[in-house]
Design a protein around this ligand. Structure first.
Ligand code: NDP
Length: 249
């Protein structure tokens, strides 16, 4: 009989946004479970440090600096994963940012950035791995949406729009994927990471500070991702919503 642990050992997993927060915590969890990791983000120093830490603990990992808004770089990321480890079992489409602000503040550059990273980055990830997964007749795409992909918060319209889009992509992929590729949408509430540091609007920063008073550790999301991956191939965990117990919204 196959044990749950066998579903992770040896799997090749690409994680975008692996230089901090949820991506970093997920890398640690998956590495201790025997996954072969390909870590991506823009900050090379962080990727190098994490890779060294995982290897020192007996893990197998490589890193590739990647800006997910550049399709060529995301293609290169998938290529290095395939060239190094021979296959791609899981893509954790996690890179994202959350510069919250009311629409009236007209932070249009930040809107563009959120669309480019949170939506287009996720689409480029899918585009880069889908043909490879089709060829393998197996694969798993895990997208990071949010509670903000299920309900709209004032002051967060554009961020919510991007996270609704991510949820739509996860569901669309699930429906089109057939019986060989799994699609998981993860929707966390407030998790203590660097995410709120991208907020430049003072009112939004204050509101986020209040909401994030109850934030829980990134490892909570890492454990949810592990749970989705470790299911047998015929079980597709499509949607996980997790919040701090103390989060009201
Ligand atoms: P962090 O800010 O800690 O991490 C974000 C990661 O995304 C970093 O590793 C950053 O790396 C990477 N990133 C940002 N822009 C790019 C880019 N252009 N190309 C490649 N990587 C990029 O936040 P979280 O860990 O919290 O966020 C991870 C995901 O989880 C996001 O999609 C976020 O929306 C989602 N989420 C988070 C919640 C929370 O409360 N923390 C709640 C719900 C969802 P680098 O700067 O080195 O490129």
């Amino acid at each position: 009989m196959t044990t749950a642990n066998d579903q992770i050992t040896g799997k090749v997993v690409i994680i975008t946004g692996a230089s901090s927060g949820l991506g970093e915590a997920t890398a640690r969890r998956l590495s201790e479970r025997g996954a072969k990791l390909v870590l991506a983000a823009r900050r090379e120093d962080r990727l190098v440090k994490l890779t060294e830490e995982l290897k020192a603990n007996g893990g197998e990992a490589i890193w590739q600096t990647t800006d997910v808004t550049d399709r060529k770089q995301v293609e290169a990321l998938a290529k290095i994963a395939k060239d190094t480890f021979g296959r791609i079992d899981v893509l954790v489409n996690n890179a994202g940012l959350m510069p919250l602000a009311p629409l009236d503040a007209l932070k249009v550059d930040e809107w563009d950035q959120m669309v480019d990273v949170n939506i287009k980055g996720v689409m480029y990830g899918i585009a880069a791995v889908l043909p490879i997964m089709r060829e393998q007749h197996s694969g798993h795409v895990i997208n990071l949406s949010s509670v903000a992909g299920h309900k709209v918060f004032p002051g967060a319209a554009v961020y919510c729009a991007t996270k609704y889009a991510v949820r739509a992509l996860s569901e669309g992929l699930r429906m089109e994927a057939g019986d060989e590729i799994r699609s998981t949408n993860i929707s966390p509430g407030a998790i203590a990471t660097e995410l709120t540091s991208t907020i430049t609007d003072p009112t939004a920063a204050e509101a986020a500070e209040e909401l994030y008073k109850v934030a829980i550790d990134a490892d909570a999301v890492a454990r949810a991702i592990v749970y989705a991956i470790e299911q047998p191939h015929d079980v597709d965990i499509n949607e996980i919503i997790l919040r701090p117990t103390a989060q009201e919204l």
